[in-house]
Ligand binder design. Structure first.
Ligand SMILES: *[C@@H]1O[C@H](CO)[C@@H](O)[C@H](O)[C@H]1NC(C)=O
Ligand SMILES: *[C@@H]1O[C@H](CO)[C@@H](O)[C@H](O)[C@H]1NC(C)=O
Ligand SMILES: *[C@@H]1O[C@H](CO)[C@@H](O)[C@H](O)[C@H]1NC(C)=O
Ligand SMILES: *[C@@H]1O[C@H](CO)[C@@H](O)[C@H](O)[C@H]1NC(C)=O
Length: 695
């Protein structure tokens, strides 16, 4: 019978789950590309320089894509621009300077009920690469130096503007033979374009030194004025100790300021000369603020150009410290220190993050940013929901801002209405930081099959039902775990004696074949944990045995039949006693208090003196304590009796029982029935049932 019931339940559950399986799965869009703001350069009016921008996002149902230009829909007159709304690809054919600006991708997921969620990417800045002409070239300078001296030639101030990746270069003999001046141990071009000679040599004498600006993308070079350098020979080149001639520090504060995540560049140029072949120029070493040597290639550090350049990758605020360069040769060494300054658009303290909540719960979004140390704090965050400003016109009961608009709480979320993406912009003097977090609302975990919280077994063959079945949003499959008496079982295993099907979650204990010990072992609290990443539900089921009658029944089989008879007899006796007790208790309930004294006093008698006279005080007053206790005793009796029988059934003679039964009081109450045979009725030894002597 029970088999069938369980099976029917299982079938019903499977069917139910199948139906639920068709419930729609919703997931807001999430753009994975472009993942960071970036710049893209193009050559305008160049047939081979079309711009391709990709966008990809996840989401269920699959999102559709669009691209915006400077935060507005793209207008047809902007240029030959196509957007593939399915793949997210943006193509700009033959781009002109008109399309320069910020492009951002938008991925929209539309749910079956028509509600949609919109994710907005970081923007891609599109710029036309360009190198202007070098205007009004006046005659260059005449520079004279002696052999062994430090010489530098500055790049002209009116250098042309270059947009896109650019470099300074130097050329000599420009009119005769186009020859590049290359960096080496002795020669260096710094970040401002100045050409340095650590020590001059006579062959440096040239009529046409020209600074050049090159644009890698444009593939063009613009050269400046021609400078004349004349190096005169000396009879003996004097040796010189290192002297700092240029550093990022001497070049001014601005040269030391970098944006976070950019590559920091610090430079030091020392003059100096010693007449040691191969070691003429000073060596350069770098140290951090703790005076530890900086090793090229270790951490984010790279040292280049014969030690003159220290590069620090992806700068952070912690890099905002003192750096020291040291130029050394055999004559001595010189140090220069500089303080790197890392500035940043607002730095996330708690960036906006996507969150998933079970329906009905609140969702909290944080958009907390700060400025770099020592800089002006950022403005309050500006929020958008699905790209629409939340400055006004939103429901304040639904969307609650706190902590200076740095925290947004979406109240009592609903799957049908609240799946959305929130955009947050925080700006300071350096720039804007943009973050996005999407809210997904899922159906909560619901327990659809829950057995009785408390199950008592009264006979072998009983089935303990432990089947717990739950449903939740199909986006997150449920996992189940068993706990029993503080032991955790992994997802595939169940506590002892539990018949468990991991696929249907059907779980029960068939007590038919359990031994007595096993019957006792299955008592306890079975806890089912039903959970996924975002929610956990516990179901507790307590199993106990109804007073161990099973144990009695079980042991009966091993005893002779007379014991069965005895047990039955005793049970019968117990029943009689219970009935008697019941009557007594009932009577007392009706009368309110122990009746003897009251009734007799009412009748004009003094029970105490009467007792004294008859010498029966010890006996009759003794039971005074019993009526109060008797009710609780009756409750315990059922437990007490079989236990006594179990261990003591031989000596528990019916004749003794008869004797005991004779100890009824005049009012029908009884004493000593359950006391051990050793304890004699108080009437014989004048001992109060508590053990105290009354006489
Ligand atoms: C319980 O076990 C007994 C004996 O093995 C078997 O006859 C009975 O069908 C089982 N009941 C269930 C519900 O499995
Ligand atoms: C854009 O996607 C296309 C197709 O997946 C791929 O061929 C191309 O390399 C991608 N372009 C960029 C810039 O990632
Ligand atoms: C760092 O640079 C920023 C921006 O130029 C400036 O405001 C700030 O004062 C500089 N900090 C230091 C310590 O130089
Ligand atoms: C189970 O663990 C809890 C907490 O660790 C403890 O309070 C309780 O006594 C334990 N129960 C058993 C049966 O060990």
């Amino acid at each position: 019978m029970e088999d069938e019931r369980v099976l029917i339940v299982a079938c019903f559950l499977s069917l139910f789950l199948l139906v639920l399986g068709q419930d729609d799965i919703r997931q807001p869009p999430r753009i994975s590309k472009p993942a960071t703001p970036r710049q893209e350069f193009f050559l305008p009016n160049n047939a081979n320089n079309d711009i391709f921008l990709n966008c990809s996002a996840t989401g269920r149902p699959l999102p559709s894509y669009d691209w915006y230009y400077n935060a507005m829909p793209i207008q047809p007159q902007l240029g030959d621009i196509t957007v593939d709304h399915t793949t997210g690809a943006l193509t700009i054919r033959k781009p002109t300077t008109a399309i320069q600006g910020y492009f951002s991708c938008r991925a929209r997921t539309t749910f079956p009920n028509g509600v949609s969620a919109l994710s907005i990417s970081h923007s891609v800045e599109v710029r036309a690469a360009r190198l202007d002409n070098w205007q009004n070239k006046e005659p260059g300078e005449q520079i004279a130096a002696k052999e062994g001296e430090y010489v530098s030639i500055r790049c002209d101030d009116n250098r042309p503007q270059s947009i896109g990746p650019s470099l300074f270069k130097w050329f000599k003999n420009v009119d005769v033979e186009f020859q590049e001046v290359l960096d080496d141990e002795r020669i260096f071009i710094d970040n401002t374009g100045t050409l340095h000679f650590t020590y001059a040599q006579t062959h440096d004498t040239q009529p046409g030194y020209a600074c050049a600006v090159t644009n890698v993308l444009v593939g063009n070079i613009q050269t400046g004025r021609r400078h004349q350098l004349t190096v005169s020979a000396v009879s003996s080149v004097p040796e010189a100790r290192p002297i700092l001639q240029f550093s990022t520090e001497t070049n001014g504060q601005a040269a030391l300021t970098f944006k976070a995540n950019d590559r920091g560049r610090l430079e030091c140029v020392f003059s100096g000369y010693v007449n040691v072949p191969g070691d003429e120029t000073p060596s350069v070493a770098w140290f951090d603020n703790a005076n530890n040597p900086i090793v090229s290639g270790r951490g984010r550090y790279t040292i280049e150009n014969s030690g003159r350049v220290l590069l620090i990758d992806s700068l952070r605020e912690a890099d905002d410290k003192l750096y020291t360069c040291q130029g050394s040769n055999t004559l001595g060494s010189t140090r220069a220190t500089m303080q790197l300054n890392v500035t940043a658009a607002p730095i996330w303290v708690e960036p906006l993050q996507s969150t998933t909540v079970p329906q009905g719960q609140d969702a909290v979004f944080h958009c907390q940013a700060r400025s770099a140390v020592g800089e002006v704090p950022p403005d309050p965050p500006r929020w958008r929901r699905n790209g629409i400003s939340m400055n006004s016109g939103y429901d304040p009961n639904k969307y609650e801002f706190s902590e200076g608009r740095r925290v947004l709480t979406v109240k009592a979320t609903r799957k049908n209405a609240d799946i959305a993406c929130f955009q947050c912009y925080v700006g300071n003097s350096v720039g804007d930081s943009y973050g996005e977090g999407c809210l997904n609302v899922i159906l909560p975990i619901q327990i659809i099959t829950r057995p009785a919280a408390k199950q008592s077994i009264d006979k072998k063959g009983d089935i303990v039902d432990l089947t717990v079945v739950a449903t939740s949003d199909n986006l997150y499959p449920l996992a189940y775990t068993w706990y029993f008496n503080n032991v955790t079982y992994d997802s595939l295993h169940a506590p002892p004696h539990v018949i468990y099907d991991v696929n249907t979650n059907l779980a029960y204990i068939n007590t038919s074949d359990l031994t007595d010990q096993q019957m006792r072992d299955i008592r306890g609290v079975y806890r089912r944990q039903v959970y996924h990443e975002f929610e956990t539900v516990f179901v507790d089921m307590e199993v106990d045995l109804l007073d161990d009658p099973l144990v009695v029944a079980a042991s009966a089989g091993t005893f002779d039949f007379w014991i069965v008879g005895l047990v039955l007899g005793l049970l019968l006796l117990l029943l009689v006693l219970l009935i008697v007790l019941f009557i007594v208790v009932r009577r007392k309930r009706q009368e309110g208090h122990y009746p003897v004294d009251k009734n007799e006093t009412k009748a004009g008698l003094d029970p105490k003196t009467e007792m004294e006279n008859s010498g029966f005080d010890a006996l009759t007053r003794a039971p005074y304590d019993y009526p109060e206790n008797s009710r609780s005793r009756t409750a315990l009796d059922i437990d007490d009796l079989p236990r006594e029988m179990e261990g003591d059934n031989e000596s528990f003679g019916s004749s003794e029982y008869g004797d005991e039964a004779s100890a009824f009081n005049e009012d029908g109450s009884f004493i000593g029935v359950y006391s051990s045979p050793e304890r004699k009725p108080p009437v014989e030894n004048n001992v109060h049932p508590t053990g105290e002597s009354v006489v």
